[in-house]
Design a protein around this ligand. Structure first.
Ligand SMILES: NC(=O)C1=CN([C@@H]2O[C@H](COP(=O)(O)OP(=O)(O)OC[C@H]3O[C@@H](n4cnc5c(N)ncnc54)[C@H](O)[C@@H]3O)[C@@H](O)[C@H]2O)C=CC1
Ligand SMILES: O=C(O)[C@H]1O[C@H](OP(=O)(O)OP(=O)(O)OC[C@H]2O[C@@H](n3ccc(=O)[nH]c3=O)[C@H](O)[C@@H]2O)[C@H](O)[C@@H](O)[C@@H]1O
Length: 527
């Protein structure tokens, strides 16, 4: 990495200044002070550290926007092969919905934050290159259905090797299998043309919907690097970037493999907590216990803690399942089938939870939803995002369509096009760059997407709440009930409605892990 010459030669500059100061008049001294100040400014601006991030997605976009916000002296370019994504980043309609993101982008865009499709130019000019491209589950070949597909990562690495003319720090921001850095090092060093590369692992822990807050105030920043002087120097350079706003004690450095594995481990532990509470929710329904009360009681134990104990229709999102599958594959490759099986169970329980929900819906409606209108409230995988990758809504909707239901879907942040695409696409196709996905999948006739929850629920037999959007808590349920077929059902997959109030109105209510409505007790959901 290049650094400011004033910093590189501080002693020489100071000595020069001192010797002139002693021998010349005050005017000359004043001139010199001005000259050196200008020299500093000039060099600070021309030798600005440059960052390039390959991949302008849910991670690359917000992460770089926050770096640009907090480090005005660093120039940040976010590049992508998707022209539509970059066009959107440069417009008033950002490509992703994330609270607080627009404000940050507007403050920095055009100042020290740039979005571009000129991948080669920005890579070649950068000192630090973050790689934040997709690492989806492989769909075919060796490890299909489990291993991470590193196609996009490898092509980014080859691009770096092709266009670089100066030394680079390459930062793994994508979630990758442990030991990926070794593979990347090989690609880069075999094509190095005398250039030196340092690979760092700097996994991202932000959650969608709270990305900006997570980035501004992270629990920790993790940086893994080689234990060589070069590796340690690279770690220091990246630490200096984060140190602009993250307290030093929250910046952890480790070896490369610990950092890579910690990311997979963190997601596996988080997902395991949800599967644990979801497994309990099934037992609560069978026994009359209330899962919210159980979560509250166990969460009071400081060793367990209260977070991530909300029972739900299942976890979704682009990462939990993909990263656990990846972990399972790594365990299998390392001859650890027992460990692999342990983690497999987390995914099995998640699938079980989604199936269980569909079975409840169908069983309570006299064992058939054929031709019945079911309103789906919420399609995103969680509130405050428009992201639908691996949302449990896909499996629930497919399950209901399998029983010939007719669906009317409302989500405040997801378009009809996106919903149709998700429902008609094959599993795992969703996490590839947009321009590589099927352009116009055949839309499913029994699916109607509307922009109003009252429209979605009119004449419906039942309502499934699949995302915990706040607005679903305050809907006029009396009005909704009046316009529905009877008996009218609410299946709350997020435990957000007031069950007692809805029962008073006349609804038959199912809420995950809560004591069952007498109606549901008489209609057991056996698959
Ligand atoms: N979405 C999330 O909340 C989190 C994601 N991650 C990880 O970060 C990585 C990226 O995830 P997302 O940002 O969600 O994905 P994304 O799909 O939103 O963004 C990835 C971008 O990379 C671009 N791309 C792919 N290959 C490229 C190449 N060779 N050159 C230039 N651009 C290229 C794609 O066009 C796409 O816009 C994944 O490994 C994911 O596991 C980690 C933490 C949180
Ligand atoms: O690697 C990633 O992609 C990210 O994955 C998750 O973040 P994210 O998927 O954006 O959102 P979460 O808040 O973790 O929710 C994931 C899913 O679990 C569900 N969930 C969460 C918490 C809970 O108690 N119950 C529950 O069902 C959510 O509704 C959602 O469907 C992790 O929380 C992030 O730390 C990580 O960086």
């Amino acid at each position: 990495m290049q650094c400011n010459p004033i910093e590189r030669y501080p002693l020489q500059c100071k000595t020069l200044f001192l010797s002139f100061s002693l021998s010349y008049s005050s005017e000359v001294r004043l001139f010199l002070v001005g000259f050196i100040a200008l020299f500093k400014v000039f060099h600070n601006t021309t030798k600005m550290v440059k960052i390039c991030c390959i991949g302008a997605g849910y991670v690359g976009g917000p992460t770089m926007a926050v770096i640009a916000l907090k480090c005005p002296s660093i120039e940040v370019a976010v590049v992508d092969i998707s022209i539509s994504r970059i066009t959107a980043w440069n417009s008033d309609q950002l490509p992703i919905y994330e609270p607080g993101l627009e404000e940050v982008v507007k403050q920095c865009r055009g100042r020290n934050l740039f979005f571009s499709t000129n991948v080669e130019k920005h890579i070649s000019e950068a000192d630090i290159i973050f790689v934040s491209v997709n690492t989806p589950t492989k769909t075919r070949g060796l490890g299909a259905g489990k291993a991470a597909d590193l196609t996009y990562w490898e092509s980014a690495a080859r691009m770096i090797a092709d266009v670089s003319k100066s030394n680079k720090i390459v930062v793994e921001k994508s979630t990758v299998p442990v030991k990926t850095a070794e593979a990347i090092e090989k690609i880069l060093s075999h094509n190095s043309k005398g250039i030196s590369y340092q690979i760092l692992s700097n996994p991202e822990f932000l959650a969608e919907g709270t990305a900006i807050q997570d980035l501004l105030n992270p629990d920790r920043v993790l940086i893994g690097g080689r234990e060589t002087p070069g590796g340690q120097k690279a770690i220091k350079a990246l630490k200096d970037v984060y140190a602009h706003w993250v307290p030093e004690d929250r910046i952890i450095s480790t070896n490369l493999w610990s950092a890579e594995l910690s990311k997979l481990a963190a997601n596996a532990f988080l997902a395991q907590r949800i599967s644990s509470v979801n497994a309990m929710s099934a037992l609560c329904e069978a026994t009359g216990a209330d899962v919210s009360e159980v979560s509250h009681a166990i969460g009071k134990d400081s060793r367990i803690g209260p977070k991530f104990l909300n029972a739900s229709v299942g976890f979704g999102g682009s990462c939990f399942q993909k990263d656990i599958l990846n972990l399972i594959y790594i365990c299998e490759c390392n001859g650890l089938p027992e460990v692999a099986n342990y983690w497999k169970q987390v995914i099995k329980v998640n699938d079980y939870q989604k199936n269980r929900f569909v079975n409840r819906v169908v069983a309570s409606m006299f064992n058939t939803v054929s031709g019945k209108k079911i309103a789906i409230l919420g399609f995103a995988f969680k509130k405050d995002t428009g992201d639908t990758r691996e949302t449990p809504a896909i499996d629930v909707c497919k399950g209901l369509l399998g029983d010939k239901a007719s669906l009317s879907i409302y989500d405040p942040q997801v378009t009809g096009d996106q919903i149709q695409r998700e429902i008609s696409m094959n599993k795992f196709d969703w996490d590839h760059p947009v321009h590589l996905q099927p352009m116009s999948p055949t839309s499913v006739k029994q699916v109607n997407v509307v922009w109003d929850p009252y429209e979605a629920t009119r004449d419906a037999h039942g309502i499934c709440i699949l995302t915990e959007w706040d607005e679903f808590k305050t809907l006029d349920y009396q009005r909704i009930f009046n316009n529905m077929q009877k008996p009218a059902f609410v299946f709350d997959g997020r435990n957000i409605v007031n069950i007692e109030k809805l029962r008073e109105i006349g609804f038959i209510v199912y809420s995950i892990g809560k004591p069952l409505d007498p109606w549901l007790k008489d209609m057991p959901a056996i698959a």
